[in-house]
Write a protein that binds this ligand. Sequence first.
Ligand code: GTP
Ligand code: MG
Ligand code: ZN
Length: 296
Amino acid sequence: MEAFTPAGVIVKGVGGLYYARDEKGEVHVLRAKGKFRKQRITPMVGDRVHFTPGTGDEHGWVEKILPRESELVRPPVANIRHIVLVLAPQPAPDYLLIDTLIVMAVKQGIQPAIVVNKCDLDEQLFEQVQRDYAGLGAPMLKVSAKTGEGMEALRELLKAGICCFAGQSGVGKSTLLSAATGLELETGEISRKISRGRHTTRHAELLFSGDYQVLDTPGFSLLELWEGLEPIQLKEYYPEFFPYEGECRFAPCYHLSEPGCAVLSAARDGHISHARLERYHQLLKKVQEAWKNRYD
Ligand SMILES: Nc1nc2c(ncn2[C@@H]2O[C@H](COP(=O)(O)OP(=O)(O)OP(=O)(O)O)[C@@H](O)[C@H]2O)c(=O)[nH]1
Ligand SMILES: [Mg+2]
Ligand SMILES: [Zn+2]
């Protein structure tokens, strides 16, 4: 039976109704079968599903959810390929936020990509960012939504799979997305003209445009990121440390101030960015704090 049910991807889920887009681009309204509730599985935006279409005004049913490549909890979205971290000379980069988002991505098995926007305003920022994140192994792009620089490379990146933009307010996420994909998204200039309290993105929604699948989210909740995370695990989300793992004198090593620490010595030799390491120490403090208070 199952083999004959149509396939689609969940683009939106609101109030127990799921909207699945089939291969022809048609959207079907579905509910999840009871068996999913029993298994404590909830369909997520981004899920690839098999479904029975509804007839007339009747909704259809999600029959099967294919295995997920990645999943985020808040917002609940599956199968994201890249989290595209956008930063710009204006507003001044919040690197601690970027590093936190990188931890979130790596933890869920999602590849981060770094996009430095508004390079029309500042030529230097990209090189600095490139140096700082060289050990991450992430794609890095220098772009300007204003001049169009780097747009082809951005489009290539977006073709890899479901992409989702993240970063501070005002760095140009919506502007870039519109410029790259042709999707019309609300940008700073527009929303400022319209009265406050206007409906913006409240639910995650998967948008399609040609070859692009872009996730529009109300933002990521980072509140629970540290929940249940043992301080010693934080280093597992720093790909630049991986080549040195197991080479420190003490085990386990937090790469904080231990003598004979291979990561600290790599930073001294210029193989690991000092700034990244320093922010790792800041985040480590946060994680230790959260861990200490975990039963409160
Ligand atoms: N100079 C310059 N300005 C840009 C560029 N890209 C975007 N902007 C401007 O930056 C402002 C903010 O852009 P948005 O796209 O709304 O920023 P956002 O990241 O979506 O912000 P939030 O939706 O609040 O998170 C707008 O006034 C854009 O016109 C760029 O490449 N160069
Ligand atoms: Mg925006
Ligand atoms: Zn160490």
